[in-house]
Design a protein around this ligand. Sequence first.
Ligand SMILES: Cc1cc2nc3c(=O)[nH]c(=O)nc-3n(C[C@H](O)[C@H](O)[C@H](O)COP(=O)(O)OP(=O)(O)OC[C@H]3O[C@@H](n4cnc5c(N)ncnc54)[C@H](O)[C@@H]3O)c2cc1C
Length: 434
Amino acid sequence: MVTGRLWVNWGQNQSCRPEHVAYPRSPDEIAALVKTAAGAGRTVKVIGSGHSFTGIALTDGLMLSLRHCDRILEVDHSTGLVKVEAGITLASLNRELAAIGLAIENLGDIEYQSVAGAISTSTHGTGAKFHSIPSQVEAMELILADGSTLNISRASDPDLLHSAQVGLGALGVIATVTLRCVPAFNLYSEERPWKLNEVLEQIDDLVDSNEHVDFYWYPHSDVAQTFIHNRTNESARPRHRLKAYYEDVLMENRMFNLVNWVGSLNQTWIPSLSGFTASQIGRARITDRSDRVFTNPRTVRFVEMEYAIPRSHAIAALRSVKELIEKKAFKIGFPIEMRFLGPDDAFLGTAYGRDTAYIAVHVYYRLAYESFFREVEAVMKEMEGRPHWGKMHYRTAHDLRPLYPQWDRFLDVRDRLDPERVFSNEYLERVLGP
Ligand SMILES: Cc1cc2nc3c(=O)[nH]c(=O)nc-3n(C[C@H](O)[C@H](O)[C@H](O)COP(=O)(O)OP(=O)(O)OC[C@H]3O[C@@H](n4cnc5c(N)ncnc54)[C@H](O)[C@@H]3O)c2cc1C
């Protein structure tokens, strides 16, 4: 148990000083720690990999890290169901699944997150016929404030499962998660620069005729970089390790970091620097194992806001953000990302019940972001936007409630499972209420 040490998130925009940090190794140890802390009137938060930009994981009470609870517990090859300890990272899970011929159906941009952290904030990738990571959850074991364990499954209690799938860490400590996996697969991926207008004109066709479409628009330029991935039966032809290192680590990260660092010294240089970055985008074709295509190394630090909007608003949303940047002369050095997803069933899933487009804005971590994010948020509000729970936003329970048809059912479950608010913190009070 560590005492009184400062904790800072990946984006370096959130910090707290928990009274204690503990590293349990089993559900029994988790239960004992939670029960003792709750009995002493302390709050409890689990920290995953610290990759959320919001204060969702902060606590001044007991912080639990499940980094030692990181094993695969059961695999059923006939159903694809895989039960894991909640602290396993997506990176470890991807590697271990590949070794036994399985994979996660759809992933986000990175794999540093813990499984429980990823599902708790509605983490997603892209693909209009695909769904978020929490939608792949079939069951979980949740440890409650009194130390008891609740077994939740889609089959036995769908309401409870749909609440716990995206639980924001507000219901208890997830000890294990059972994920529905699929047979391992390869993706054929094409990356290329386009004119932004061309992408926007064809976006519906692109998204409907390909499995996974993701694009980045570089502000202060008319360049969009598209990534299109489709399943293939071809064998993996991974890039040579040195080529991958050069492209992903040196160019995509180190060079990009340098460009952003220079821009942070004098923000009037950012538009030219962004134009330079956009001009460096080339074409690439890769066939590789799915998780190696979906996810990438990310070492350049930034702070992000991401909004989920009805897919029908996608083009208008991007055009509005572009107008906003031009009208207010914001200097934005990071590309703006757009992704697409099918409807989700998690009550607080950001794609709950609707075909969704995601629009994400990023600011280099050394620069101020609030005025830009607030303006973007105003645009997204007009478009029935739901903020990513793990990315910066300024919304409150009052204005989030109308966006989620099952909001009150989630709150009922929260009242039932954590009436004393042992698992609450300032962020949860703001977004869910006291
Ligand atoms: C570089 C970068 C890239 C990203 N890319 C994507 C992306 O492509 N798509 C996307 O949707 N998001 C993305 N995110 C956001 C990220 O996926 C989420 O913020 C995710 O929640 C982080 O997981 P984590 O393990 O770090 O969880 P943390 O941030 O540590 O915690 C998140 C929440 O989960 C709770 N929690 C964690 N473990 C447990 C547990 N065992 N029981 C109960 N509650 C628990 C925490 O208390 C907290 O409430 C990205 C973030 C970064 C920094």
